[in-house]
Design a protein around this ligand. Sequence first.
Ligand code: NAD
Length: 477
Amino acid sequence: IPVDSFDLVIFGGTGDLARRKILPGLFRRFRSGQMPAEARIIGAARSEMDDAGYRQMIRDAIAEFGSDEKNDAAGIDEFIERLHYVAIDATGEGGWHQLRDLMREGVIRAFYFSVAPSLFGALAERLHQHGIADDTSRIVVEKPFGRDLDTAKALNATLAEHFDESQIYRIDHYLGKETVQNLMAVRFGNVLFEPLWNSHYIDHIQITVAETVGVTGRGSYYDKSGAMRDMVQNHLMQLLCLIAMEPPSVYDADTVRDEKLKVIRALQPVEPHQIVRGQYEASQDGPSYREDAENPRSFTESFLALKCHIANWRWAKVPFYIRTGKRMKARSSEIAVVFKDLGHTIFEGDTARHRNILSIRLQPNEGMDLQVTIKEPGPGGMRLVDVPLDMSFADALGPDQDAPDAYERLIMDVIRGNQTLFMRGDEVEAAWAWTDPIIKGWEARNDVPKLYDAGTAGPEDAMMLMHRDGRRWREIK
Ligand code: NAD
């Protein structure tokens, strides 16, 4: 079903994010018929360029970054016709009249701020000053949303001068993933899970986001941030909220976000012995973190593991273990809900520990599986074995060539005016309020990250974080 017609202005329309994700994504929505034929996309950036130059740039970007099976060239000419370009410096005065003249009346106006956050204020101000944005317009902003509580508050305040919260869409593309939404469907759409979703039946929860790439090419940016700011404060925290929140009474933006906020506020402070920071060493596949970061004395973490607790009735004493890192063994993101052992076994000779584990895979191969215990087939008597009850959606529902990826889905949600999968300002601030003291703590201790070999699961101490509790991390594969 097509969304309503729109004019979408992409500030930073010539940048990496626009070329790699936003425009190839919009092209797929165009091809699927979801983007109405008369909708328009206006690239705005500093470089001098005309419409023809921009169209060629985006044609090349789609050829380079669009995925093959979803994205042959059919329809590209029509799509390209929907593109326009205006040269604008966010902090200057040129180009704004031209942009105003381009915008149509009576269609949704959305402005994607795909530029450094330091430019958000200038953009918001000029959009209003030139009468381009009004109180029905929407703005989309990217991470990083601040680097601590103070900067996040300042950024929220800057945006709030010109836009109401209901107009601001803070993107966390993890929330746009099919499986993340499926997590809510599975949890709240089945009788099987929610009654068990608490400290009586769940032993612990693990969240892993492992990447194989290092920070080559973006080392100087990353070195000022590190895994906590770059991944934990936003993506992992959002996943934790969806797993841990109370059932919202309805599925709408503010009700869901109210419940997520309560989770963040209930997170207990993390003690130093509950955190392991790591940094990758050089290997035959590539240089060390310090070489990548071009900072021989860097103490920034490219890996972080921590254990935390949520202080409420549902999760009393249930540990949440989260870890994320670069240059790890495999590119793999997973949430695992590990249920408790059975209190008693009726099967003689069965000494193994059998556990139900619900695993939610975000990448690769989005899907879920539930580890269940069954009888080992054959004549060997009543021997038990654990097997996965695979819930891969592609098998059950057939592959969906037109399934939108995270960015496409979220941009369409902006046009539909649905904020459910976007972070609210108070959520972001609460997440920083939890993160800040942890970072300040290790800065005050002059904590030195533990070195780990590239291609592994991180430093040995991260293993110990769980072993100490008699638990173990799931294999990264
Ligand atoms: P980039 O450096 O590749 O592109 C920046 C864009 O901003 C260019 O189009 C440039 O012309 C424009 N620009 C710079 N200064 C300007 C000014 N004064 N006025 C108008 N336009 C100006 O950056 P990027 O990687 O595309 O990232 C854009 C934003 O998105 C950043 O805030 C980044 O942190 C965030 N982000 C990027 C990615 C990614 O994968 N690239 C992922 C998440 C978030």
